[in-house]
Design a protein around this ligand. Sequence first.
Ligand SMILES: CC(=O)SCCNC(=O)CCNC(=O)[C@H](O)C(C)(C)COP(=O)(O)OP(=O)(O)OC[C@H]1O[C@@H](n2cnc3c(N)ncnc32)[C@H](O)[C@@H]1OP(=O)(O)O
Ligand SMILES: CC(=O)C(=O)O
Length: 524
Amino acid sequence: MADDRFHVYDTTLRDGAQQEGLNLTVVDKLAVARHLDALGVGFIEGGWPGANPKDTEFFRRAQTELDLKHAQLAAFGATRRAGMKAADDPLVAALRESGAPVVTLVAKSHDRHVELALRTTLQENLAMIRDTVSHLRAEGQRVFLDAEHFFDGYKSNPDYALEVLRTAAEAGASVIALCDTNGGMLPDELAEVVHAAVGTSARIGIHCHDDTGCAVANSLAAVKAGATHVQGCANGYGERSGNANLFTVVANLQLKRGFDLVPKEALADMTRIAHAITEVTNVTPNSHAPYVGVSAFAHKAGLHASAIKVDPNLYQHIDPAEVGNDMRMLVSDMAGRASVELKGRELGYELAPDTSRELVNRVKEMEAKGYTFEAADASFELLLRDTVAGESRRHFQVESWRVIVERARGGEVVSEATVKLHAKGERIVATGEGNGPVNALDRAVRLGLERLYPELAGVELIDFKVRILEGAHGTDAVTRVLITSSDAAGEWSTVGVDENIIEASWQALEQAVTYGLLRAGHTA
Ligand SMILES: CC(=O)SCCNC(=O)CCNC(=O)[C@H](O)C(C)(C)COP(=O)(O)OP(=O)(O)OC[C@H]1O[C@@H](n2cnc3c(N)ncnc32)[C@H](O)[C@@H]1OP(=O)(O)O
Ligand SMILES: CC(=O)C(=O)O
């Protein structure tokens, strides 16, 4: 089990699930819990048993289907309703019966909320907290308290807000998490309030929302002010602008502040875990996320690359391997010789200085015409190979292509493409039909080449993006086409640019096929 000196408490399955558009099944929740446990968090808040059948079911199945190595499960719920006994409240019963060793109770700590939202007295709210905490403690559960709206409540009535903490601690709550529920706090003022709360006898925790973009900074400020329990969500999921991103918080505390929160090997697996969770949640990963985003260690500027060539630490705050991420070089019109040299090395080529210079010039010229190599790594690698070895080293040469688009009598629109190619000493003429001109060209090329290169059967065109770009003089617009292809081992992207959309598509398609053949081991 995790070290009890400092708590890492994940609430993805409860507060994270309050994110717009995020909807997890019980199986999804179990899968996310396993990923979080692999990261080594101390607590996983699984949901609110009794509030909906899914969360009740999660806790039932968790007892037999989750074999947690690090984390303890926490069941979330509210203090009892006003005017009744905790033992008689069905939602409190659901917490008791959840099988979770920890219960986290949300309680009002803002006087205005007690009066307006709960519609009860300040004294009755304290009684609700006291009764519910002591009842669950007597039933053998460890009880944490989320002091809802604590910071706004402290500003409105500090004595009452602190009285809520004291009441919960005296009744047996072992953690009191101060919640910036509306997410409106800034780090300096938040730290002052945390300072005032530390010493109320229970461990003080922090739970921040990101409405000011400060959830992570606020969590760190709270820890500096004495909090020893930090809550957050995987990938910053959560209601409105989200919760503190637990991955960022953990990496910051462990790598910058020297806390020993999760095993070193687990931290080095964090990027994979963050992405594995996005696969379950079906939320597109934020490529710019600190530490774990695919762009977190991607370098585009030529000046950066020239320094990185000497020492990567000159433009990186940590070694990406510490969080399981990788440094990547992006090649674009902002590249210099060092950028292409490093990118070449990443792809397995050692480039001579003259070749790097020629390649940078070609990249800049082509990007000025509308090509984009940072989005089309495969096109860059082909350009690099052409620069080193010449285009004659391609697997096939194109004599010509032609496409006919016909609206037939019945109204059906059909496309037919003919390609004339040269490969392995043969002249090939092939015709393909498709539901559009690019589809027809793709079929024709495959039909022509598959006999010589059977691996092409495993290459699929999976995405096709078109963008109309302003021409250099603002009049003659050009089309950029990006094609993403895949085989059993991965994906690659290629780019084509021309005033004619079919020519632009053809360029991207020809490169997609050529790169697919390279990946299949045909060096041409
Ligand atoms: C800050 C947070 O994110 S806390 C987590 C919030 N999460 C959720 O709300 C998701 C799950 N919620 C639910 O499924 C439902 O709201 C339930 C099952 C909890 C309650 O549903 P309902 O009984 O239909 O009540 P409803 O949602 O309309 O209102 C909430 C009730 O809880 C009361 N309440 C709110 N906070 C607390 C609290 N801390 N302690 C006790 N009661 C509370 C409200 O006063 C209100 O009481 P009322 O029914 O007498 O008006
Ligand atoms: C409890 C909780 O999620 C909050 O106050 O934000």
